[in-house]
Design a protein around this ligand. Structure first.
Ligand code: SF4
Length: 393
């Protein structure tokens, strides 16, 4: 019998400080909590959650295809935190021989000793949050690293033996003029990462940027047109540098696409651990469940320790309807360079609508594994939300 394949995502909800654009769930970790006892407390919660979820969803026989430590700032955790979790997973699941094991690293905490230790535990991919290399841009964004930290982290990673390194870049941060953006791209490329994730800045309502957006306080935010222009510049640069634009925000050298991301876009199953983490499981009779943990560490802990009382916020659990499944399939496939099979898409979407998008230069027909597929063009990727809104069933 074929074993069920899953990915595991582990959320580390701690950061040294909060960046001005960040809407992910993370809390600044105070000096008083930066100690082994506190890390052990969080470690135990994750282990308990893993045990409970494995039992509830019969995951112990699953084949683990990838493990991803994201955050927050995973790299502020001590090395033994990772070795302990990886050992637990190894002892309780079947990890594929070539599983992708990623840790997100913030440049200021990418020291050689820690990265070497991660390598020795079997971590084989690092995702380093550069975001920009310009001092003014980094300062305004609330990042606590500088350009030297980025170069040092990449050099340390290479010295520690990592070949699969990804760098994150944000498009449209305040003070990122076109010249600065060009320079950001050139410097990122000079470090020869195998993978680049580039996210267009969006101002979310739970961020520091949101509080000052549209207020005359001297911080100028790039217009949507400007961000779109930068995105097109980036796509051109990376195409010339032989990166495959395999998803709206992701580029890689051939063979270095992130398996963690691909699993998500292909609607593969995953177990998410920690506050704000999501899980997705396909259960019997085609039932599909998405579960998202509360975005609050204290409440998460109460839920995990079965100490929640009436009125405590519980995790969000959703059983997907047939319509949800189709919409997810269309929306997630169209984010990727391969898109979705034309035959499959016209089961749900009027061909005239598709033709209109093709004529407007927003969609294209692409051969993918001998199929005629429909994929977004770069212009279409920039308007993906509007396109998805028009074709959702
Ligand atoms: S962007 Fe990263 S480092 Fe900054 S607050 Fe968010 S999770 Fe933490």
């Amino acid at each position: 019998m074929k074993l069920k394949e899953i990915n595991i995502y582990i959320h580390i909800p701690f950061c040294k400080s909060k960046c001005n654009y960040c809407s992910f769930y993370s809390v600044p970790i105070s000096k008083s909590k930066y100690n082994p006892a506190y890390f052990k407390y969080y470690f135990d919660l994750l282990i308990k959650e893993m045990k409970d979820m494995s039992q509830k969803f019969s995951l112990c026989d699953s084949l683990v295809n990838g493990i991803y430590f994201g955050g927050g700032t995973p790299s502020i955790m001590p090395a033994d935190f990772f070795s302990g979790l990886l050992r637990y997973i190894e002892n309780n699941f079947k990890i594929m021989g070539d599983a992708e094991i990623t840790v997100e690293i913030n440049p200021e905490s990418g020291d050689f000793e820690k990265l070497s230790a991660l390598k020795s535990f079997g971590v084989n991919r690092l995702s380093i949050g550069a975001q920009s290399l310009d001092p003014g841009v980094l300062r305004t964004a609330g990042r606590i690293h500088d350009k030297k930290d980025i170069y040092d982290a990449v050099n340390n990673a290479k010295k520690a033996g990592f070949k699969n390194i990804s760098l994150d870049l944000i498009i449209g941060l305040p003070k990122q003029t076109e010249n600065v953006f060009h320079s950001d791209i050139e410097q990122i490329l000079s470090m020869e990462p195998k993978h680049i994730s580039a996210y267009m800045l969006s101002i979310e309502n739970n961020t520091e940027f949101y509080k000052i957006y549209d207020k005359k306080n001297g911080t100028t935010f790039a217009s949507e047109e400007c961000i779109a222009g930068y995105y097109e510049i980036l796509c051109e640069f990376l195409d010339k540098a032989d990166y495959v634009h395999y998803e709206i925000s992701n580029f890689s050298k051939p063979g270095y696409e992130s398996r963690h991301n691909i699993n998500y876009w292909k609607r593969g199953e995953y177990l998410g651990l920690g506050p704000s983490a999501s899980s997705f499981f396909k259960i019997r009779d085609k039932e599909e469940i998405r579960k998202t943990n509360v975005s609050d560490l204290s409440i998460y802990a109460l839920n995990i320790l079965d100490k929640s009382e009436n009125g405590t916020k519980t995790d969000f659990v959703e059983v997907l309807t047939e319509k949800d499944k189709i919409n997810e399939e269309i929306f997630l496939s169209l984010r990727t360079n391969c898109g979705i099979s034309l035959k499959r898409l016209i089961e749900f979407v009027n061909p005239d609508i598709i033709n209109n998008f093709i004529n407007a230069g927003l969609m294209q027909i692409k051969k993918c594994r001998l199929n005629d597929n429909i994929a977004l063009t770069v212009k279409g990727m920039l308007l993906s939300s509007e396109i998805f809104a028009k074709i959702m069933v």
